[in-house]
Design a protein around this ligand. Sequence first.
Ligand SMILES: C[S@@+](CC[C@H](N)C(=O)[O-])C[C@H]1O[C@@H](n2cnc3c(N)ncnc32)[C@H](O)[C@@H]1O
Length: 287
Amino acid sequence: MNHTSRLLGEIGALRCPHCASSLLPQCDETGRAKSLFCTGERQHCFDISRAGHVHLAPHHVGGGDAKEAVAARSQFLGKGYYGAALQTLIELSAKHIGGGLILDAGCGEGYYTGGVAKALGEAAQLCGFDLSKDAVMTAAKAAKRDGLTAAYAVASVFELPVRDGCADGVLNIFAPCAEGEYCRVLKDGGVLIVVGAGEKHLLGLKRAIYDEVYVNEGRADLPVGMELIEEKTVEDEVTVDGGEMIAALFSMTPYYWRTPRAAAEKLAALESLTTEIAFDFKVYRKK
Ligand SMILES: C[S@@+](CC[C@H](N)C(=O)[O-])C[C@H]1O[C@@H](n2cnc3c(N)ncnc32)[C@H](O)[C@@H]1O
């Protein structure tokens, strides 16, 4: 049976996005899980792609990052510029979650999901959700290629296709924080790790495009029913070489959409960019 589709079939905690019934795998004659079907009256069916991902977003939900944004982020993250953030996420996941079912809400193309899956090994079952089909497909292909215990589905973080109280951990990295939904899917004592931009994140990039620069404000998430158990800020400095890689970084930022053309052209003229990077980690435990 195909590795990633087998994992999807094995999760057991998945639920139908239409009627909330449990999802079970349906295999073909070779034993490959080719779809998930629900145990509800209507038996809703969801095909598992060859890449190993499945679409579990309700029909009215669309969006998520476009193909170009996904490609740019893959290119940039693949070079390891945010390795300090991944390392800290792995340490906090190992310390506070350890294993079991870990959801990555807004997983993108699985840079962090895959990294945590690799580090925790068979002790953990990672499941990434993102609204972007292109991101999820990229993530599923990488998991299949690298033999990781990670499965992926297209789904909104606000309507996770997961039964109540099933997850040991939820990761939420640079993606919308659906606090109430994360609390619903976590077991009692389960852990939520939220990662956002620290004060000095990309200050050097901002200096290259704006005359006046400000530090970032912290995230104001206040998960209900949870207590903050650890906070950590990780700072580093990176030098991004080459116009293509600088452009990839720029396209990952919110400034990409709101920077006047003349300012963006200053960045495009650079061959090398040195910038601070900073990540705020907040770890919550469900009461
Ligand atoms: C800045 S990216 C971060 C991706 C990944 N966590 C990372 O740090 O590399 C934000 C991601 O959130 C996804 N996203 C935005 N709104 C979402 C929603 N309501 N449900 C699921 N994913 C969403 C986007 O498609 C995108 O992949």
